[in-house]
Design a protein. Structure first.
Length: 87
């Protein structure tokens, strides 16, 4: 395996990691901003108010996006297996 192929696999792995993390992180960001805006508008200064809704939202988003994540990981594994068999 050449250095360019190793870099290609590494780049693909990093891109896959971003794709797998993005749905949960975007949901957490939106829920956090929404709750922060709610706290600012109502002047509720409770630090722990963010955690329960954010955990529930991330859990639901993981349940919804799990098939997509599995398909992405399966496709990446097939690509890696094809590269290994092609050596």
């Amino acid at each position: 395996m050449t250095g360019a192929e190793v870099l290609d696999v590494g780049r693909d792995a990093l891109w896959l990691t971003i794709q797998l993390c993005a749905p949960a992180l975007i949901v957490a960001l939106v829920v956090g901003v929404g709750i922060g805006l709610f706290q600012a508008l109502t002047q509720i200064q409770e630090q722990t108010l963010v955690y329960a809704p954010k955990i529930l939202a991330i859990f639901v988003s993981l349940l919804l996006f799990l098939p997509l994540m599995g398909a992405l990981l399966g496709g990446f594994m097939r690509t890696i297996a094809e590269r290994i068999s092609g050596m």
